[in-house]
Design a binder for this molecule. Structure first.
Ligand SMILES: *Cc1c(COP(=O)(O)O)cnc(C)c1O
Length: 352
């Protein structure tokens, strides 16, 4: 608290990211980072930018990156917006497209940055509970709103929503923007990008942090109708002309060009997820069906918080949320098979 703070700062409830402890030999399964490194081609492209040109500002429009993303998804560059991580993209989305009189609808259990941005930008949230089995029921969103946002696959549940359901929502909800946050889409969900040509109020947000293993580089993007993109550009150009630095632009472009590495590492994560799923079920866990690079699981006999603490004593960290409905669950990032094995061995010991 400080008397120098502006009034808005007193009222903020900031987002709390998963911790990044600097301990050696830690099995870090708490923030959904990719266990495999970035594409070697992305690393080489970043290295190549380490030169005298760093004295110059980067391209304020990140045109090379917009072209790479547009080409990859079969879009025009006017349909692409890029930012410093998808969190920044989402922030601009809240201010540019979701701040209206009517409330913004999102699930009770979802990415916890959405309520934080509501607080920052003065957007009224209207919370729509997931079903008993933690699914989004699109009928629940057929009500007056100033916008709709959800993650697909959802976080921290991992549950995917079928593309046909998203289209059913878009057929009904034509007056406000529908934002689909696809941070985890490459691990098994169906992207809604194919629907943007048909629905001018659909905005799809993705990140290079998870499936392209570049959380440290900070690159995210949104795709949608050029009018939505123009709204985002207006906010971006009123905030920071250069959200992406030279290394970020070069590394992100190269990551998109290395399709083979991307396909291979995503397939490895998906295979490990299915294996871990089976192992956890053998240990008696209830595991929600996941299309993400994490699983959400609870043990019917053991407290979630206690399990997280016992794992931590064994140098394994997972995410535990002390929130209603989900305080018995652990969100476990898919690591390498060796890390998954270490987790299963520790849980076997803890449950014995
Ligand atoms: C990780 C995550 C993001 C943020 O990703 P960055 O691009 O690293 O900012 C956005 N939405 C969801 C649902 C996420 O899990």
């Amino acid at each position: 608290m400080s008397r120098y703070w502006s009034a808005v700062v007193h009222g903020l409830t900031p987002y709390v990211p998963g911790e990044q402890p600097k301990l050696p030999n830690l099995v870090k399964l708490n923030t959904n980072e990719n266990p495999y490194g970035p594409s070697p081609k992305a690393l080489a492209a970043i290295e190549a930018e380490r030169n005298d040109a760093l004295r110059l500002y980067p391209d304020p429009n990140s045109d090379r990156l917009k072209s790479a993303i547009a080409e990859y998804h079969g879009l025009a560059t006017s349909q692409v917006f890029v930012g410093n991580g998808s969190d920044e993209v989402l922030a601009h989305v809240f201010l540019a497209l979701l701040r209206h009189e009517a409330p913004l609808l999102f699930p009770d259990i979802t990415y916890s940055f959405y309520p934080v941005y509501c607080g920052l930008y003065g957007v009224t949230p209207e919370i729509v509970p997931l079903t008993e089995s933690f699914e989004i029921r699109v009928e629940d969103y057929f009500r007056p709103n100033g916008g709709i946002i959800f993650a697909n696959p959802n976080a921290p549940t991992g549950r995917p929503l079928a593309l046909a359901e998203i289209e059913r929502l878009l057929q009904r909800s034509t007056e406000t923007v529908v934002v689909v946050d696809e941070a985890y889409i490459d691990f098994g969900g169906e992207t809604a990008i194919g629907l943007i040509a048909k629905y001018p109020n659909l905005l799809v947000v993705q990140t290079l942090s998870k499936s392209r293993s570049l959380a440290g580089l900070r690159v995210g993007f949104a795709v949608g109708h050029p009018e939505l993109i123009e709204g985002l550009e207006r906010v971006k150009n009123s905030f920071n002309s250069y959200p992406l630095d030279r290394m970020a632009i070069a590394g992100a472009v190269a990551a998109y060009e290395d399709r083979a590495y991307f396909d291979e590492t995503c397939a490895k994560v998906i295979a490990s997820r299915e294996r871990l799923n089976e192992e956890l079920e053998k240990l008696g866990f209830d595991v929600l069906p996941s299309a993400a690079n994490f699983v959400f699981a609870r043990h019917p006999q053991r407290d979630g918080g206690e399990l997280a603490r016992a794992l931590r004593e064994r140098s394994i960290i997972v995410r535990h949320f002390k929130s209603p409905r989900i305080d018995q669950f652990l969100r476990i990032t898919i690591g390498t098979d060796a890390q998954c094995d270490a987790l299963v061995a520790a849980l076997t010991e803890i449950l014995a």
